[in-house]
Design a protein around this ligand. Structure first.
Ligand code: TA6
Length: 312
């Protein structure tokens, strides 16, 4: 009988680095390296849906280029003491062993944990518990990052983001369009951080693009993003985020920002673990809370999730 299974293995093709493979038969599986709890592969109907750079470095220290790296506690490098995009993606996470499945076997999930340690405290002196839940079903992959402030008295401020590299079906960025950004305000990092309003219903990529579509109460919430090839939808990216306050557990929805990035020709060449021509094969659609720091109170939990759905 087919069912979900998960196992931890050393990937000899990646220097023996440890990964967890959650699968349902041969055509539905997800792989998560313990370095950064980085999802590096999502196979749906037998086809890879995420982009992993062929030049990605697997040496247990550098962030893995591709899949879904996790960004915490900072996006970019506003605090130069910490690495770009924080330490979550270069930390060794623990697998909370076991594959949790629903009664009807419609989905399976794996859970990964990271808590403050000497290395994190050296650069960011706050106690925290990150819980990362990866849920696999027939046509969906859901990834939820939960950020708990484990202090009983102190507040901390952070960013969080799921840096998702979507694989383009034909490895051809020229055939990609994205729908869902229309009328959204965005910060354009290619224009020195200037803010604009997205006027296009359909967005394409014809140069380096590096934008933060801002989700603020003034904005209409950013809908699910639909990716199309030759005008035919192939994947949707849904996202949500919320704060659960310590003590009474009040839940406050917090609309997530969405970063839209492609390195294009020159930056692809300039990033050794991306490489010449890589820009043709991926686009990043990255839900997170990155426009402003989020204050997380004592015992409070901030969650950010993304659900990728294949449209066949
Ligand atoms: O998410 C977009 C971005 O912030 C870009 O500015 C680019 O730097 C990208 O992340 C990749 O960053 P990385 O540190 O992984 O090379």
């Amino acid at each position: 009988m087919v069912g979900f299974s998960c196992t931890q293995i050393s990937d000899e093709s990646k220097g023996g680095m440890e990964k967890v493979v959650l699968s349902y038969g041969e055509d539905c599986r997800v792989e998560v390296f313990l370095l950064g709890a980085t999802v590096t592969s999502w196979i749906c109907d037998g086809r890879e849906k995420l982009y992993l750079s062929p030049n990605a470095v697997f040496n247990n220290s550098k962030a893995i280029r591709g899949g879904i790296p996790l960004v915490f506690p900072q996006f970019g490098q506003p605090n130069s003491i910490m690495p770009q995009h924080g330490f979550a993606r270069t930390s060794k996470w623990d697998w909370s062993c076991g594959c949790h499945t629903t009664g009807d076997d419609s989905e399976g999930k794996c859970v990964f944990l990271l808590t403050n340690n000497a290395d994190t405290e050296n650069v960011w002196n706050h106690p925290f518990l990150l819980t990362y839940t990866v849920t696999l079903s027939k046509s969906q992959l859901k990834c939820e990052l939960s950020i708990k402030n484990t202090s009983s008295s102190e507040v901390f401020e952070c960013h969080g983001l799921l840096h998702t590299y979507i694989r383009l079906p034909s490895d051809d960025i020229n055939r990609l369009t994205a729908v869902g950004f229309e009328s959204q305000q965005f910060i354009d990092k290619m224009s020195g951080g200037e803010k604009f309003i997205e006027s296009r219903e359909t967005v394409n990529v014809a140069a380096e693009v590096d934008r933060i579509y801002i989700n603020t109460p003034q904005n209409t919430p950013i809908p699910d993003i639909t990716l199309l090839e030759d005008g035919k939808p192939f994947l949707t990216v849904a996202k949500s985020s919320r704060m659960i306050t310590g003590g009474d557990g009040t839940i406050q929805e917090k609309p997530a920002d969405v970063v839209f990035w492609n390195a294009w020709i020159d930056k692809s060449k300039a990033l050794p673990d991306l490489g010449e021509g890589a820009y043709k094969s991926y686009v990043c659609v990255e839900p997170g809370l990155v426009t402003d720091y989020v204050s997380v109170g004592p015992e409070a939990t901030l969650t950010i999730d993304t659900t990728l759905t294949v449209i066949s």
